[in-house]
Design a protein around this ligand. Structure first.
Ligand SMILES: [Zn+2]
Length: 193
């Protein structure tokens, strides 16, 4: 495998050719992708349908379709979106970004850009979710921080800010909604004029 495929361990591109017979994959050709753990790292191997062997010692395998990779994204300044932010954070490999990475992954899964293929337990006991990018065929390996519901909301707000939006509770203007079923206490502003 070429080193250019090893940007970071989280994102693994599809090989251009079958690992076994070396035949180049054609656009829309069915193939099988497998993940192996060898020499302390995760490796992805892609084989054509005729070379596929169900008995392989892979951690996970799935059938997929080869997609001719799209041309590289333009270098020009473009608006940050969930996908570009996810790639950026994954490349940094900071543990502090794990929560944001996971939220972005879930966002892209809802948009059907990523599809979950498997879950694994990493060597250090963390839950690893394995996704496939539907447009590029890349494998994304993301640690699931197993957030609690309350944490989830907070991280979602952080991600919205990273994407250039406003968190739900930071809006300065008065809320139009009436508080339900509870008389409002006079505020300081009303009392000390
Ligand atoms: Zn083959």
């Amino acid at each position: 495998m070429g080193r250019e495929n090893v940007d970071n361990w989280h994102v693994k591109k599809c090989s251009p050719a079958c690992e076994v017979c070396q035949k180049e994959f054609q656009d829309r050709e069915n193939l099988y992708s497998s993940l192996f753990f060898e020499g302390g790292e995760y490796l992805r191997k892609d084989v054509c349908e005729s070379c596929w062997n169900k008995e392989s010692a892979a951690l996970s395998s799935w059938k997929t379709t080869f997609i001719v990779p799209p041309p590289p994204a333009e270098e020009a300044v473009k608006k940050e979106n969930a996908e570009s932010l996810l790639r950026k954070l994954l490349a940094k490999e900071n543990d502090e970004d794990l929560n944001a990475v996971f939220i972005l992954t879930v966002m892209l899964e809802r948009k059907k850009l990523l599809v979950e293929r498997d879950t694994q337990t990493s060597e250090d006991g963390r839950k690893l979710r394995i996704y496939e990018h539907k447009k590029t065929g890349e494998t994304f390996m993301v640690i699931d921080p197993e957030l609690k519901l309350a944490e989830l909301e907070q991280v979602q707000d952080e991600v919205v800010v990273l994407l250039g939006g406003q968190p739900r509770n930071a809006v300065e203007e008065p809320e139009s909604e009436e508080p339900a079923g509870e008389a409002q206490e006079p505020t300081d502003k009303d009392v000390n004029v």
